[in-house]
Design a protein around this ligand. Sequence first.
Ligand SMILES: [Fe+2]
Ligand SMILES: [Fe+2]
Length: 145
Amino acid sequence: MSDRNFEFLKWDADEYGLGVPEMDHEHQGLVALINELARLARDRAEREELRTAMTKFIIYAKMHFRDEENLMKKILFPFYQEHRAAHELLMRSLNEFFNIVDTGAGILPRSFFIFLRNWLLDHINSEDRLYAEYHRRQSKVASPL
Ligand SMILES: [Fe+2]
Ligand SMILES: [Fe+2]
């Protein structure tokens, strides 16, 4: 039975919020898609259903990374290259998990969810927070009020 209220990750604005509305919104979108994947894994969904949900998640993650990279370029964030490299590594791992679903075991392994939980906690709270803080300091300089 599918329980729509099941949440693998809970969005917590105090913990994950960056104070950059568009990015906070997209991070919430990622959490929602991750919860959808966790529900499917729990319900032992078929390969095809997992494939569709993974594709949706990967497209969303790509869009999010591109949006962040564009923002970083716009504000001349000095660690743009490092952040971009971190995104590339994350994308590589996501594609590997996609292959497990697509041509491998046809399941989402537990390690996928451990990876996602760590990604969210670590990447948002360390790397993403750096550009958010840089952005905030810049905005203060631009408008002294
Ligand atoms: Fe992010
Ligand atoms: Fe990021």
